[in-house]
Design a protein around this ligand. Sequence first.
Ligand SMILES: *Cc1c(COP(=O)(O)O)cnc(C)c1O
Length: 432
Amino acid sequence: MFVSENLNVNEKGHLTIGGADTVELAAEYGTPLYVMDEQTVRSACRRFNDSIGKFYGGKGLACYASKAFSCLEMCRIVASEGMGLDAVSIGELYTAVKAGFPMEKVGFHGNNKTDEELNYAVECGVGHIIVDNISELIRLENIAAEKNAVPHIMLRIKPGIDAHTHDFIKTGQIDSKFGFALETGEAFEAVKQAIECKNVKLMGVHCHIGSQIFDIAPFEEAAKVMLEFIAKVKNELNYEIEGLNLGGGFGIKYLNEHDPAPFETYMERVSETVKSECEKLGIAQPFIYIEPGRSIAAPAGITLYKVGARKEIPNIRTYVSIDGSMADSPRYILYKSEYEAIVANKANEERSERVTIAGKCCESGDLIGENMPLQHAESGDIIAVCATGAYNYSMSSNYNRLQKPAVVFVNNGESRVAVKRETLDDIIRNDM
Ligand SMILES: *Cc1c(COP(=O)(O)O)cnc(C)c1O
């Protein structure tokens, strides 16, 4: 009935998530409120792990891309499922360290890592660093030499795949700030240089072709291109690259009409492609890494808001204003992203109108969505915006000096705070 499987309606006609009544959650913890369903996170992790086991003999590791949603509790949950983790900043690394994440299962990303970040990554013993450019390689080599360390690295490659997605989130093509280009020979030169470095060990190549991708074909294409590259390195440089990181970007259902391929199908087809290509190219089957972010966090989450003003502009549109904004839900203003919304205390009722849900920031584009089918919403109602577990809390800001909402985890009807709501004192905490 709803876009995410963890949503239901109870006997009061209230929307539930993971068995918890959302109207009660809003009353108990206040709004806006991020709610994450633990079991949805866990089952997504298991599906990735199980499908690597089933279709690729377990010779792989799924690393949760924590930029989608990172906090101590999320790191603990992901760690307890045996997943790896992908961090893109010192802040995400620090969160993983503080959560007790096994750092040998952590990869460190970024197109412009600072020396501070590289130092920290080496010190905390991350499993591998995904090197984006030559200046980073040289800096890392020097940092590692000073510490007498030999960090494992992968090189980020642009495989030149157009994944037919939003321009902002297309990263595999040549005009991208991420990685080394294949076509120009830049990637091959980088491999040569990395092999010569004494204080790093080149153990893999990495690609990430975009985000919110529904098709499997672009992933298969990317795998082929990368394997050909591994074969070229083996044949021409006599060097065996053991790891192949195929990135993340698996699409999820934001609207009922979205139809992403299930992970199992992805893993089955990509495994088949990898096995047959390796045989054709005469190379060993690599250890595979994947980096799902959105597909683990997004379907687990919803955001709850309280309705304030309702403004009907005859023959134009109706604005339903909520107590949140682009500060906690930035994806509409960034990407015109679409969501399903439900009046949580009227979840059994028909969606009888189409409205624009507006935030409270001083910015006309501050909307959750336009032309959204919704139950008749009035002041005091609770609105749930669905599938907001990824790239909402993690992209939130204090614009307009708004306090960031709390994050609550629910688990089989029970709830607990994972991140406290910011206070007014938090707002001026660093002011002098
Ligand atoms: C953002 C990102 C991911 C995760 O992407 P999702 O679309 O959230 O799955 C994985 N790998 C890299 C390198 C990324 O930049």
